[in-house]
Design a protein around this ligand. Structure first.
Ligand code: ZN
Length: 248
């Protein structure tokens, strides 16, 4: 139970009493960590603005007897995205993404891929804030993938035949697998080859390149991918994702 130091991205930060804060951060080494930062709300706090949501920090903390709430001893800013998050639509989207990460990742379950994904998405967003919707889609694809809820978009979930070659695409069945039309037998939600290929390429491409590519797609494909991801998320959670700020 010593001092732990790791890179982290602040996901949430809420007030605690007069002077303190509870911050929730996605770390590179320790998964999601929630901790108390004593004195963080004082004017001359040593934490300054480092616990503002979506700041990339070097976080140090002590574990306590319970693993639920750690004691944050330091938070040094590596990169601030404050300018980016001043845009309301960007901030609301990032809050939604932070909420999804918290829904799909239990506390203290280390998986560096979540951290790397969110860090790369913040970088992509800083480059092209106008593509916020697509950065969000990219995060949704990856969160589903890393949590084990993204169906294989390259093969039929039943007969293993390669998908995407049929002109009509595939069907999403009630078990959230993609099926070829022979296996689907007119059941399920029809998914276009374009939407399948976008899911597939998101897994092989950095967020910046994928969002540039995706932003050039027509409105129909983009709303189809958005709807498909919403269905997969709602099915995985057993309900719609929680709205912003309700699961800090
Ligand atoms: Zn099949």
């Amino acid at each position: 139970m010593g001092l732990i130091e790791t890179d982290a991205i602040v996901l949430r930060s809420i007030k605690l009493g007069e002077a303190d804060k509870i911050a929730t951060a996605l770390t590179s080494q320790e998964g999601v960590v929630r901790g108390v930062a004593r004195g963080a709300r004082r004017l001359k706090s040593r934490f300054g603005a480092s616990l503002e949501p979506f700041t990339l920090i070097r976080l140090s903390f002590f574990e306590k007897e319970t693993r639920e709430l750690v004691t944050i001893t330091g938070a040094k800013i590596t990169k601030s995205y404050f300018d980016l998050t001043r845009d309301d639509s960007v901030f609301v989207t990032l809050e939604y993404v932070a909420g999804l990460i918290l829904e799909f990742t239990p506390l203290r379950a280390p998986d560096e891929r979540f951290f790397r994904m969110l860090k790369a998405c913040l970088e992509a967003l800083a480059e092209s804030p106008g593509e916020v919707t697509w950065v969000c889609r990219y995060c949704e694809v990856w969160i589903l993938k890393l949590a084990g809820f993204l169906p294989d978009s390259t093969k039929c979930g039943s007969c293993r035949k390669p998908l995407g070659r049929e002109p009509g695409g595939a069907a999403l069945n009630s078990g959230s697998n993609f099926e070829c039309f022979d296996c689907a037998d007119s059941r399920g939600i029809v998914i276009s080859p374009d939407a399948l290929s976008m899911l597939n390429t998101a897994l092989k491409t950095r967020p910046g390149s994928w969002t540039h590519e995706a932003a050039r797609k027509d409105r129909e494909s983009s709303s189809e991918v958005g709807k498909l991801l919403r269905i997969l998320i709602a099915r995985a959670l057993g309900r719609e994702p929680l709205p912003r700020s309700s699961n800090a």
